[in-house]
Ligand binder design. Structure first.
Ligand code: FAD
Length: 405
């Protein structure tokens, strides 16, 4: 096996870190994942997993289990503010498989993390250390040296070829190790909750995603039938400190009494969890043999539902480069070259969506007309560059080179 004898360290057992661990282990490399939490984290709520990410997860052997833990929605109902009927239903379902070679699905973040974790556990060459108290890492000519303060109070030292920070939006690897910037707060909060499946029947289609526009905010809802729950996320302006936010969103509009959005917000009562939204924009993704993936490198606002997908793509692009290149530093340089422009484009699209979704009258009228004019399938053309991306194909020549070594 080409990667045998090579050791890689990853900080963070989130979606990005676990995907990278699996991808590296498949090449035969030894992987040590350092997770500061005591277990795989249950935080977060719903995730939309688009075909570009799903293809990668399928290639890692997760297709079947993902199928049984997710829903392939038929479409996305877009509701303009206070309108009882959708303006348009964007088509998903079978057409996504036909056009992009994999489903568009919705699931719970914790389920995806758990499925990735269980897949990792089947590899004897992946070691996941939970409850890591602290670690330090140094890059040198031939790799990295690492010291880890483990949960049991013992210190372990080791050497490897590379260290990858997949430690999320507030990444220590980015801010303390490679000298990158801190995450920026964008004045917006995601309010998340999960409701019992039947509690929204009659308000929303339970085989689709629903997006409800309102002045200065929007609500995204989708069913998670395998959990008998519905995921709700309301995005609105808000303070950075969760203590000031309280337990339910303050509706930034006052004329919605009896409307669908008001009924849904009321149904959730005090079950909301506020989640201040940060972004990371930096060109510093690596230094020496230490690099970043996922939110650690490029956290974005979630208005195109692509943050986790980008972390998954990062992992698929970086793993074969780390295995094939003579040094991790070269692998990180090539990875940056492959990934940075695409991720920046997706982050810019996400930010633009936020502005469009939150438009107020009269701009909202023009927005609604433009969305209606695109029709049920306009998004398939507009977003083909996003959903048809093949991280594996870009990496394929490298994988082929490794196989012939
Ligand atoms: C409201 C909302 C909705 C979203 N919806 C979608 C969606 O529909 N589709 C989509 O693709 N994306 C979506 N996203 C984005 C997605 O959730 C994130 O981009 C993704 O979870 C990032 O994964 P990650 O593994 O890079 O980071 P994280 O999930 O943050 O994982 C980082 C891990 O590192 C660990 N860690 C942190 N610091 C250290 C340290 N010093 N040492 C060791 N371990 C450490 C943490 O405990 C954690 O386990 C959404 C985000 C939000 C907020």
């Amino acid at each position: 096996m080409p990667g045998t004898g090579r050791t890689y360290y990853i900080a963070g057992a989130g979606i990005s870190g676990l995907t990278l661990a699996l991808a590296l282990a498949k090449f035969g490399a030894k992987v040590v994942v350092l997770e500061r939490g005591p277990t795989i984290s249950e935080f977060g709520a719903g995730l939309q997993i688009s075909p570009n990410a799903r293809k990668i997860l399928n290639n890692l052997g997760l297709d079947e289990v993902l199928g049984s833990h997710s829903l392939e929605p038929d479409g996305i109902d877009i509701y303009p503010y206070l309108r009882p009927d959708p303006l348009v239903t964007l088509e998903l379902g079978a057409i996504m498989r036909e056009r992009f070679g994999a489903p568009y699905a919705v699931m719970h973040r914790a389920d995806l993390a758990d499925l990735l974790y269980r897949a990792c556990r089947r590899f004897a060459n992946i070691d996941i250390l939970f409850g890591v108290r602290s670690w330090s890492v140094e890059s040198h000519e031939r790799g990295v040296t690492i010291s880890i303060d483990e949960a049991n109070g013992q210190t372990r030292t080791g050497r490897g070829l590379a260290f990858i920070g997949a430690d999320g939006v507030h990444s220590r690897t980015r801010t303390e190790v490679i000298g990158g910037p801190r995450a920026r707060y964008g004045q917006r909060v995601a309010w998340r909750t999960l409701l019992p499946f039947d509690s929204v029947a009659g308000q929303l289609a339970l085989d689709r995603v629903s997006v409800l526009f309102a002045p200065g905010s929007h609500l995204v809802c989708y069913p998670l039938p395998h959990r008998r729950q519905v995921n709700l996320a309301l995005f609105a302006k808000g303070a950075e400190t969760t203590g000031e936010l309280g337990t339910r969103p303050q509706a930034p509009w006052s004329d919605s009494r009896g409307s669908r959005i008001e009924v849904l917000l009321s149904a959730a009562a005090d079950t909301w969890t506020p989640w201040p939204l940060y972004t990371v924009r930096t060109d510093t993704w690596h230094t020496g043999n230490i690099g970043l993936i996922g939110d650690a490198a490029h956290a974005m606002v979630p208005f195109q539902a692509q943050g986790a997908a980008m972390g998954i793509e990062d992992a698929a692009a970086l793993a074969p480069l780390l295995i094939a290149e003579a040094s991790a530093e070269t692998a990180f340089q090539k990875y940056y070259g492959q990934r940075h422009a695409r991720v920046a484009r997706v982050a810019a699209l996400s930010a633009t969506n936020g502005r469009i979704f939150h438009m107020r009258w009269p701009l909202s009228v023009a927005r609604n007309l433009a969305i209606a004019a695109q029709g049920r399938r306009g998004h398939l053309r507009r977003l083909a560059w996003l959903y048809s991306y093949e991280a594996q194909i870009e990496a394929a020549p490298i994988s082929a080179r490794i196989a012939s070594k």
